[in-house]
Design a protein around this ligand. Structure first.
Ligand SMILES: *[C@@H]1O[C@H](CO)[C@@H](O)[C@H](O)[C@H]1NC(C)=O
Ligand SMILES: *[C@@H]1O[C@H](CO)[C@@H](O)[C@H](O)[C@H]1NC(C)=O
Ligand SMILES: *[C@@H]1O[C@H](CO)[C@@H](O)[C@H](O)[C@H]1NC(C)=O
Ligand SMILES: *[C@@H]1O[C@H](CO)[C@@H](O)[C@H](O)[C@H]1NC(C)=O
Ligand SMILES: *[C@@H]1O[C@H](CO)[C@@H](O)[C@H](O)[C@H]1NC(C)=O
Ligand SMILES: *[C@@H]1O[C@H](CO)[C@@H](O)[C@H](O)[C@H]1NC(C)=O
Length: 449
């Protein structure tokens, strides 16, 4: 790498960090709503191997099995720490409740102040709450939001250790110190238990060391960095430093599980004609039927009419009136805008396609309507959002898709584990205004171009 490139790269990385730091200052900047964050912290408790589930056999397991390599991670192995504000909980509650399963999901919500009367009695559909420790005297400053979020790790881990058999936890997780650790502030982060434990031990010192820092992600990152730990970004956590309509991004999601969508209140509702809470519930309907396919992009061609179908399972479907290669369709259409005006490219951390008014480039757009289980299949139906309002693509035979109003997609009701390779699909028929699509595994050497 030559020197100018290296400098540019360094600048890019640091500007990304500063950028994230900047946007989390929710109550300092007028274009951000006050205290609007809900930061999930996933604390991986343990991953017991099926052969030895006794909580007392800690030493045996340490010596015989390789940490978490073969045992699946279940919901019961995770604990969710959610750090939020009372002010925002009133309307954000529905977002969390859409995925929180009472008596099954483990975790706690930390609020900055006691809930007001209209939140009481506390809903059994919400995570149980606690009030965060007041750090303002300890740090001698009034805005302690960034430090409160970082300290949430300590509060959460501390309470969690008390709730669950301590010996078991320490015994089974201590060997798993290489487990995923990821941090990018507000879209969420996952900590292994041993790291969380070390962070807790040093938390007060760290808060003091970084009491001048004005962003939560930077405070937490600094504390983690001081532990000598490297962070691993996970693509499924979406920071969504974007504005406007993010449907273009969600319709060309990377081939990774969807984990979180940050800044959800800063973008338009993700489904047309729905508000944000309705949108969340609607998306979760699909997630409840099949988490493994959520937003995964599946592409097929209908050569009889020269059409391409691109389906973001559980969310949207697009029809293009020409054969488009996957390599192109995987780039999100730039339906959204940058978070802040930038002097020049790159505006995003991923490649995009510009929206087009060329009938051979612009898709017909459909959004998720219904989700149904049918024997061994799941049937999702996507309904046309609006008329495309363009003539047909002439060069590929003038085959207009204007009359298609529904796309019905049948996929196996079976968790898909081969997440890094897309599924394939076939257009099994077009009857009236409805196109029928069936998902299947790709055949070897099946190329979509
Ligand atoms: C775990 O192993 C240690 C060391 O062998 C032992 O002292 C401790 O009691 C064990 N803990 C549990 C919960 O069995
Ligand atoms: C959760 O468990 C408690 C006590 O076991 C029970 O009273 C309550 O109905 C359960 N809540 C739900 C939503 O299942
Ligand atoms: C707290 O901060 C104020 C000004 O920000 C300063 O005057 C005061 O000495 C500080 N108190 C302590 C105990 O450090
Ligand atoms: C969203 O729409 C639903 C149904 O119309 C309504 O009950 C709810 O209050 C709305 N939420 C907000 C935040 O406007
Ligand atoms: C598909 O498009 C090609 C040009 O790209 C054209 O030659 C061909 O006839 C078209 N096929 C149909 C079925 O219209
Ligand atoms: C293409 O379709 C348009 C209307 O959709 C029609 O007016 C035009 O005559 C068609 N052209 C050909 C060559 O089929």
């Amino acid at each position: 790498m030559d020197i100018p490139t290296r400098i540019c790269k360094t600048l890019l990385i640091s500007s990304v960090v500063l950028y994230l730091a900047f946007i989390s200052l929710s109550n300092r900047y007028p274009n951000c709503p006050p205290a609007h964050f809900f930061t999930p912290t996933f604390l991986k408790i343990s991953s017991p191997s099926p052969s030895s589930s006794s909580p007392t056999s800690n030493t045996t397991r340490q010596s015989t099995s390789s940490p978490g390599a073969h045992s699946p991670t279940l919901l019961s192995h995770l604990a969710f720490g959610i750090i939020g504000s009372e002010d925002a909980w009133h309307h954000r509650r529905s977002y969390i409740e859409s995925w929180w399963r009472p008596n099954a999901t483990h975790g706690l919500l930390f609020l900055d102040q006691p809930p007001s009367e209209n939140l009481l009695p506390w809903s059994p559909e919400s995570p149980p709450y606690r009030i965060s420790r007041d750090l303002s005297a300890f740090l001698n400053k009034s805005d302690v939001t960034p430090q409160r979020i970082a300290n949430g790790i300590a509060e959460f881990s501390g309470r969690w250790t008390m709730r669950i058999c301590g010996g078991w936890l320490w015994g089974t997780t201590i060997r798993s110190s290489f487990w995923i650790i990821w941090l990018r502030c507000c879209s969420g982060f996952i900590l292994s238990y041993p790291l969380a434990k070390d962070l807790v031990r040093d938390m007060d010192n760290c808060l003091m060391r970084y009491s001048h820092v004005v962003a939560a992600d930077q405070t937490t990152m600094s504390c983690v960095a001081d532990m000598g730990v490297n962070l691993t970004p996970l693509e499924g956590f979406h920071q969504i430093d974007l504005r406007g309509d993010i449907s273009g991004l969600l319709s060309s999601h990377p081939k990774v599980p969807l984990l979180s969508l940050h800044h959800f209140d800063m973008v338009e509702p993700i489904f047309p004609n729905m508000n944000r809470s309705q949108s969340t519930l609607h998306l979760m309907r699909a997630a409840k039927a099949d988490q493994s396919r959520m937003l995964q992009q599946t592409i097929c061609h209908y050569r009889r009419r020269n059409w391409s179908f691109s389906i973001a399972w559980g969310y949207s479907a697009h029809i293009y009136e020409r054969i488009m290669p996957r390599s192109l369709l995987q780039y999100p259409i730039e339906t959204f805008q940058a978070w802040l005006p930038a002097p020049g490219p790159p505006f995003y951390m991923f490649n995009t396609r510009l929206p087009s008014t060329d009938p051979c480039e612009a898709p017909h757009v459909f959004f998720l309507d219904t989700v149904k289980r049918k024997a061994d299949d799941i049937v999702t139906v996507y309904r046309r959002a609006w008329p495309r309002g363009m003539p047909p693509c002439f060069f590929t035979g003038n085959h207009s898709a204007d009359y298609i109003h529904k796309i019905r997609v049948t996929s196996p009701a079976k968790k898909r584990l081969e997440i890094h390779r897309s599924e394939c699909c076939d257009i099994v028929g077009i009857t009236g205004n409805k196109a029928d699509v069936k998902f299947r595994e790709c055949m070897s050497q099946e190329i979509m171009a």
